[in-house]
Design a protein around this ligand. Structure first.
Ligand code: FMN
Length: 448
């Protein structure tokens, strides 16, 4: 008989001393809050705190809270790649090492960075039987093979050299680096909430699994690289399918945003609890506005998706704000920027953007247009987070269709009411129902 606890990989569960091969992913601004992480960890799951966008002080405060409230080490901190603020990445790693936080969820990293390698190698040691062990687990959340490959490999020699010369790792740690992968856990992210490559789980998972097997065999790692699956998981069926495909663990995101522990505003939780599987859209994103990168957001009841697309359409059409027709200009000022002129917005932005970015905007009218347009994205996300209902039509709410699937699954039960949804409670029910589905499937299979 399959039990919820027997799903997934024992190596993963033993590594973290957890009952269930189930993790909740980080959600920026502490939406994946300290309460959410604590509740998950204390109920036999894995949880990652959403440190994105928070100050170092807030992150340290949270780390102390987690250490005080969780006996085990089955929790971690989410780190987002930021090419502009790489100094912050380094400062966060310092904090994690100082407080002996054993798990990191590294997301949106297009490359392996020296800081991630430093975290992984610090304190690495050799066991009596000769195997290299790291104290720190890196879970790289990836969607693409070319990004996953270097994370499944030992750290590159140039990074090891840089860290060694800079005195950031010891000679012994450098020497051991070739025997362990940069990331001992890979979470494959299929189409998900927020930033998404819109990958199809059924396609990307088997290829990544093959890559993992090849990498483990080629480098003769003593410890397995565990592969998890995220994106679109909101029902027992999705969980059962992930484990049947061979997932060592699963990770959920969207469904945890609508729980009592999440840091999301109650107004937003109410909207989320009412959405269906077709109520999301894919729009441009503020942090990568100039590219065709996409985020998945709530569509029902808000105008953010239409307005975000309109801004990018205008940006792609012109080289300068001076080229806009008066109709376009008036539309943007009235409907999107609440009556503020482009100059007013720009003068405000100049106060807090790094000088290099302002300098570029001064010389490049297209860059200036992007900077001003991005203001809409920053404000719409902040307003949604703080529940500023006077701006409710502009709320930018990152969510995946998994939320709608979960709402369908719990329709007519007490969990239809979002105030009854606790993250570990829904995780346990989902895992138990996934186990029941699998038992029913195998029993039926044997009879036929
Ligand atoms: C509101 C929200 C914010 C998120 N913020 C982050 C983040 O800061 N860092 C990160 O790695 N992933 C972030 N995610 C992604 C989740 O950690 C998770 O990988 C993803 O939601 C899984 O896909 P699903 O939404 O289909 O369940 C966020 C997701 C949501 C819903």
């Amino acid at each position: 008989m399959i039990l919820a606890e027997s799903l997934g990989c024992d190596v993963y569960k033993r590594r973290h001393n957890i009952h269930y091969a189930y993790a909740t992913g980080g959600m920026y601004y502490g939406i994946a809050s300290q309460e959410l992480v604590t509740a998950m960890a204390n109920n036999g799951f894995m949880g990652f705190f959403g440190a994105g966008g928070l100050s170092l002080e807030k992150i340290e405060e949270t780390i102390l809270f987690l250490k005080d409230n969780i006996q085990n080490t089955n929790y971690g901190i989410n780190i987002l790649y930021n090419h502009i603020l790489s100094a912050k990445e380094s400062a966060i790693i310092d904090l994690l090492l100082k407080h002996e936080i054993r798990n990191v969820e590294a997301a949106s990293f297009p490359i392996v960075t020296p800081e991630i390698v430093r975290y992984r190698l610090k304190g690495a040691y050799r066991t009596k039987d000769g195997a290299v062990k790291s104290l720190n687990n890196v879970m790289a959340k990836v969607s693409r093979i070319e990004v996953a490959t270097p994370f499944m490999s030992p750290a590159p020699a140039n990074i090891i050299e840089e860290l060694l010369v800079g005195g950031k790792i010891t000679k012994a740690e450098a020497e051991m680096s070739c025997e362990i992968p940069v990331a001992n856990e890979i979470c494959i992210e299929a189409e998900s909430a927020g930033h998404t490559d819109r990958r199809v789980a059924n396609i990307v998972f088997p290829s990544m699994q093959k890559l993992r097997d090849k990498s483990c065999c080629e480098h003769k790692y003593s410890e397995k690289i565990c592969i998890g699956l995220a994106g679109g998981i909101g029902t027992p069926e999705a969980i059962a399918a992930a484990f049947v495909m061979g997932a060592d663990f699963i990770l959920t995101g969207s469904i945890n945003q609508c729980t009592i522990e999440s840091g999301t505003h109650p107004y937003v939780k109410e909207l989320l609890s009412k959405m269906g599987i077709e109520d999301t859209d894919f729009t441009p994103t503020g942090d990568m506005f100039e590219t065709d990168a996409k985020i998945q957001v709530l569509r029902k009841g808000v105008l953010f998706p239409v307005r975000a697309k309109k801004l990018q359409e205008i940006y792609n059409k012109y080289n300068s704000l001076l080229e806009l027709t008066s109709e376009e200009k008036n539309f943007l000022i009235d409907k999107i920027f609440n009556g503020k002129s482009f100059d007013e917005i720009y003068n405000e932005l100049k106060q807090y953007f790094p000088s290099a970015i302002v300098e570029q905007a001064e010389h490049d009218p297209k860059a200036k247009m992007a900077l001003i347009f991005k203001d809409y994205f920053y404000k719409s996300i902040k307003n949604a987070y703080s529940g500023n209902v006077s701006e409710k039509l502009n709320f930018q709410i990152h969510i995946g269709a998994a939320m709608g699937a979960f709402n369908d699954y719990v329709a007519g039960t007490e969990l239809a009411d979002h105030s009854k949804r606790s993250a570990p409670k829904i995780a346990k029910i989902l895992m138990e129902d996934a186990a029941k589905k699998l038992n029913a499937f195998y029993n039926g299979f044997q009879k036929n």
